[in-house]
Ligand binder design. Structure first.
Ligand code: DP6
Length: 344
């Protein structure tokens, strides 16, 4: 591919939280999932990443101002290798990334991280990707990153090969304004990465085939609930799907358990708040932190009710947010914000 590199680009991407989860790959190299998934991109806790082409001897990668090494660095440089291959160039890069949320604690930092990296790196190397292409590229860094390219709700079609596995936006009809409160119960990085946890589940859980059979049905139910702006159905399906994902992991050998006692207390609190008339639903990912789905206009009330009951935890209130976008690119790129549309 012939490209005109921009030399440097900075992109910002927000995390997304799945309402129908991705758990398990059928192709580890291409990151093709067994099932499709659906998520909400948030307006909080973004990752900002700058990629600069360099003529140094090696890639330099830092996160939060600290140089990365080991597996974390290798994941980034392998991803940059892929971008170099697509662009037909062999420049080294300097990657500088900053997260506003704890990294690796099941708060979706790999989704925002690889979405921002995909946009910044593809722009720096001069690749002109449309959003589908960007979603496919981000997927190769981390599956869930494929969805953070888009505003608000996004569905990731499992597909059957590199080309057919991408995410796209799902329009939210009027009347379905979603919000979410993320709780920070434990900000430490998880002991089993989602990558290892899902591999172990696929390889050893006798419940995994049931997950593969059920999830496409739940995804269809979710899309129908969204189309009719039925918040109660959206929340009910999301909570059930999250519990089923954790059930399949608990069946692995040895079991994969991300919950702690504080998570269970939060699950009870969500049920109690719902009983009191504040309609909200719990979801959890590869970490102990519970995320609570609500209507956008109840986010603040929900956050304060949670803090009233659990004054020592952290909460991050969020609503539907924008997909990945460029915030600078030079030379030739305009300064200031662009959407991914503007990055074409
Ligand atoms: C539980 O996207 O982090 O958050 O593709 O191996 O990088 P890799 O996994 P990742 O997994 C996310 C799993 C999840 C559910 C979801 O976001 O759909």
């Amino acid at each position: 591919m012939t490209t005109t590199p921009q030399h440097q680009a900075t992109a910002l991407a927000n995390p997304n939280i799945a309402l129908v989860k991705y758990w398990g790959k059928r192709d580890e190299a291409l990151i093709l999932p067994w099932t499709g998934s659906l998520s909400l991109t948030l307006d909080a806790a973004p990752t900002t990443t700058t990629v600069r082409l360099s003529d140094g001897p090696d890639d330099v990668v830092s996160l939060g101002g600290q140089p990365l090494d080991g597996t974390a660095r290798a994941r980034v440089t392998r991803f940059i290798d892929l971008v170099r291959t697509i662009a037909g160039r062999d420049d080294r890069v300097v990657v500088d990334s900053h997260n506003e949320i704890p990294t690796g604690a099941g708060l979706a930092s790999s989704a925002s991280g690889f979405a921002a990296l995909a946009l910044a790196a593809s722009t720096a190397f001069g690749l002109e990707l449309d959003r589908r292409g960007l979603s496919r590229l981000a997927r190769r860094g981390s599956g869930s990153a494929s969805r953070s390219i888009f505003d608000g709700l996004a569905v990731w079609h499992s597909g059957h090969d590199d080309e057919s596995s991408f995410a796209e936006a799902v329009p939210a009809p009027p009347g379905l304004e979603l919000g979410m409160v993320l709780t920070v119960l434990d900000a430490r990085a998880k002991s089993v990465s989602s990558r290892d946890g899902m591999r172990r589940t696929v390889d050893t859980s006798p419940y995994y085939p049931a997950w593969v059979e059920r999830t496409p049905i739940e995804l269809e139910e979710m899309l129908a609930a969204i189309a009719r702006a039925d918040f109660t159905a959206v929340g009910t399906i999301a909570e059930r799907n999250a519990m089923r994902m954790h059930a399949t992991m608990l069946g692995a050998e040895p079991p994969v358990r991300y919950w702690g006692p504080a998570s269970v207390e939060l699950l009870d609190l969500v049920a109690n708040l719902r009983g009191d008339g504040l309609e909200c639903y719990a979801t959890m990912d590869a970490g102990p932190n519970v995320k609570i789905l609500c209507r956008a206009d109840t986010v603040d009330e929900l956050a304060s009710r949670i803090l009233e009951a659990q004054p020592d935890i952290g909460v991050i209130p969020a609503r539907a947010g924008r997909g990945a976008r460029l915030i600078t690119s030079e030379p030739g790129g305009s300064a200031g914000e662009q959407t991914t549309e503007g990055a074409r």
